[in-house]
Design a protein around this ligand. Sequence first.
Ligand SMILES: Cc1cc2nc3c(=O)[nH]c(=O)nc-3n(C[C@H](O)[C@H](O)[C@H](O)COP(=O)(O)OP(=O)(O)OC[C@H]3O[C@@H](n4cnc5c(N)ncnc54)[C@H](O)[C@@H]3O)c2cc1C
Length: 439
Amino acid sequence: MTTTQPVRIDVDVVIVGSGFGALAAAQKLAGTDLGVLVVSKTTEHLFQPLLYQVATGVLAPGEIAPPIRSILGRHKNIDVRLGEVIDVDADAKTVTYRWGDARTVVGYRYLVAATGASQSYFGHPEFAENTFALKTIDDALTLRDHILANFELAHALPSSAERDELLSFVVVGAGATGVELAGQIRELARRYFDSGSGGIPADDVRVVLVDGAPDVLPVYGGKLSEYTARTLRRAGVDVRTAAVVTAVDDEGVELHADGRAARIPARTVVWSAGVEASGFAGVLAAATGCAQDRAGRLLVGDDLTVGGHADVFAIGDMTSLGGLPGQSPVAMQQGRHAACIIAGKTARGTAFRYLDKGSMATIDRFHAVASVGPVKLTGVVAWMMWLAVHLLYLVGFRNRYVAVLSWFGSFVGKNRPHFHLAVPGAQVAEPAESVEVSA
Ligand SMILES: Cc1cc2nc3c(=O)[nH]c(=O)nc-3n(C[C@H](O)[C@H](O)[C@H](O)COP(=O)(O)OP(=O)(O)OC[C@H]3O[C@@H](n4cnc5c(N)ncnc54)[C@H](O)[C@@H]3O)c2cc1C
């Protein structure tokens, strides 16, 4: 049933989003005497760091994206709704969300916004038309279909420029996502399509990783960046740093490096080069008078409040505070901090303090880097650590159990248990046109 008349409800706390920040805030408020409403435009709680494994058939979507309702539904004081929040009235203390034609106005005492970020194309929104994104489950499945279809199409062709293009993959952005994806596509070439006598020789598959910065994984720098570049090159990835993408079309990319232009023919270009705040950050900024940075992130107060409104909090990737990175531990810790203030466990106005427990990235099977304070780890030790930490943070016992089986099959064996077309019979998929590009 649809209705054009908005329905009105009132709750103590509205949490917008179902990602890392929102889930942490909701879990902290579970079991309190506050009525909490979680509104998200997606049904799932998405573990974005493992999206690249869905795109390369290691994990199934359900293993990294359990429904938020199934995680929070057992708490009597929490209601979960599917909908996109489109409006905020900070004076009347209401938000409006829509689902289809239906509109619901929700009165709140406290608002926590955790709507994350979307891809940024550094002033070239047209790049979205010919590149694949990796932010949502749909993005990962679209990319998985495309990679699979390209390998299969190439397999049916004799040596030719078209076959070379189908087997060429350009990943733009050498942060953790770009490094992990480039490494996994090489693994696919070496350990999946090359297996068996009739396979595609791994040397026929070209993977190019491009970044404008002088190093891969620039946030790590030094030895860890050098180790990562060396390991990728040894695995067969063509690493191009200090190279800027100047144009993208459906047959490749143009780069500018060392004062020279170069073209890389490729049917697959994945964009993982930058982020900007979700569109909802602009809605909240307009409603509260909060300033935004160049990437649209809200410049929140030290206590995570927005525009001086003591009852409105914003957390995670949609915010900018003291140069903190756009990473899941920041969003989770901020979610808990806001929830503690709301529940009266922490005094109003208390500044947020981030506890940095370190960070890590995988490169390929048995190779990773980890940075924990002054300790820098590489190789198989870092990889085991990465595996353990990601298992720990995967939500739900069943997901962990199934993920271990999938990892065992892919990393010890040569299987790709989930490498099949999401849409059976689909040919080469187009890049997702629904990529959100906010001004
Ligand atoms: C491919 C990839 C790999 C990553 N790898 C790592 C990693 O290895 N380590 C790490 O620490 N971090 C990593 N990150 C970053 C990490 O995922 C983010 O920092 C984290 O998700 C931020 O949490 P958040 O709650 O701010 O936003 P998100 O987790 O992005 O959640 C945003 C939520 O808001 C919802 N939403 C958006 N707009 C609306 C609206 N208007 N109304 C209702 N709901 C809305 C969305 O549906 C979503 O549920 C990675 C990110 C990506 C994309």
